[in-house]
Design a binder for this molecule. Structure first.
Ligand SMILES: Nc1ncnc2c1ncn2[C@@H]1O[C@H](COP(=O)(O)OP(=O)(O)OP(=O)(O)O)[C@@H](O)[C@H]1O
Ligand SMILES: [Mg+2]
Length: 366
């Protein structure tokens, strides 16, 4: 099973078209993704995310650089080698790609047959995977009889039934409502953790950034580090906040980052924590919903990048009122989902210490 690093990219470039029409899409992209790691790939529309994913998935031929997948170099690889790699990857697309004329059971079964599993073992695996995605009762239905979220889960069952070492998902939540999107992502995460697979998840959906072990960002075909993205985003955010309140921009930025740190303390950000963050940021700064979303996304990223970057914003001094509001807001986030975990308390105390605040006076939930 152990083939070392499942995905290793070096200086990957890619162009569409020939001659005068040639257009380079990817520029010297490099990264390594380990087994059990969940990586989210973000970036603006047209930045090359799907192109990169299809290169890794051996769905198109590499042109330049090194694309090593499950120990196989895909650059100049034979069609046979590409097919072999393809079979070991689970693909999840935005649209579920189920065959409408087959039942859910048969759709999953077909994937298993391609993976070479038949008979009793196949029956057991199909039942097991449908159970895991919560579709046991819908096994004999046709895709047309299921909801969007159920179809997407069936697509996941099909992608994962072979226990692939690599899972590539291109906007798996794009066509789903909030709750189904969350469920689908949690499911991918659980299954990946259990099977030790390497997962790349392309998404525009900032609500699911928290599942990632790492976030990669593509812009105009170039991989950017998260701290670069955060630096640029922080400048934009300060501009935006200055328009609302020139005197408090710095404070608001620090404040929202601190809220995100608490929401993130136990590694999962719940909807209620998000709602609470939205409410507080709107109340404090009268920000538009879109602005709040932008700040939340950036805060999440800032939290992720924190280890590797110098603090661009100096902690502002807080007067008494502000200090009280600051701390009580942190506790409000921690309590938003009904339980204040010890990780959240630890994070609040760390933030309080950084700002020279006393946190204990406020720690009583009542
Ligand atoms: N088959 C193709 N032929 C020519 N150009 C293509 C082809 N596929 C994609 N492109 C171009 O390559 C660029 C990157 O496309 P890609 O689909 O990788 O972007 P993306 O980051 O996945 O965008 P989105 O978020 O909208 O899905 C775009 O400019 C696109 O127009
Ligand atoms: Mg795409």
């Amino acid at each position: 099973m152990d083939t070392g690093t499942p995905i290793a990219l070096e200086d990957v470039s890619y162009s569409f078209g020939k001659g005068a029409l040639e257009k380079q899409i990817l520029f010297d992209v490099g990264t390594r993704i380990e087994g059990g790691e969940i990586v989210i790939l973000t970036g603006p529309s047209g930045s090359g995310k799907t192109t990169l994913l299809t290169l890794i998935g051996a769905l198109r031929s590499a042109q330049k650089g090194s694309v090593k997948v499950l120990g196989q170099e895909l650059l100049k690889a034979s069609e046979k080698a590409l097919i072999k790699v393809r079979r070991q990857i689970g693909y999840i697309f935005q649209s579920h790609n189920l065959l409408d004329s087959l039942t859910i059971h048969q759709n999953v079964q077909m994937a298993l047959q391609l993976g070479g599993v038949r008979g009793a073992e196949a029956g057991k695996r199909i039942a097991d995977v449908l159970q895991r995605v919560g579709l046991a009762e819908h096994e004999h239905k046709f895709p047309g009889e299921l909801s969007g979220g159920q179809k997407q889960r069936a697509g996941i069952a099909r992608a994962l039934v072979n226990r692939p070492q690599i899972v590539l998902a291109d906007e798996p939540t794009a066509s789903l409502d909030k709750q189904s999107g969350r469920d689908v992502v949690d499911l991918i995460q659980d299954l990946a953790r259990e099977d030790g697979s390497a997962v790349i998840l392309v998404t525009h959906d900032n609500r699911i950034l928290d599942v990632a072990d790492r976030i990669l960002h593509l812009e105009d075909g170039r991989m950017k580090s998260l701290s670069e993205v955060v630096s640029e985003g922080t400048s934009r955010m300060l501009n935006l906040l200055e328009k609302h309140d020139p005197h408090s921009a710095n404070y608001l930025a620090t404040f929202s980052f601190a809220l995100a740190r608490v929401a993130y303390a136990d590694s999962k950000v719940s909807d209620s924590e998000r709602d609470e963050m939205r409410r507080i940021l709107h109340e404090v700064a009268k920000l538009e919903p879109a602005e709040v979303e932008f700040i939340m996304e950036l805060s999440m990223m800032q939290k992720r990048a924190r280890a590797g970057m110098d603090n661009r914003i100096a902690n502002p001094a807080l007067d008494k009122d502000r200090a009280e509001h600051f701390l009580s807001s942190l506790y409000a986030i921690a309590q938003a989902d009904g339980v204040t975990s010890s990780e959240e308390i630890v994070e609040i105390e760390a933030i309080a210490a950084e700002f020279g605040l006393a946190s204990s006076s406020n720690s009583d939930p009542g």
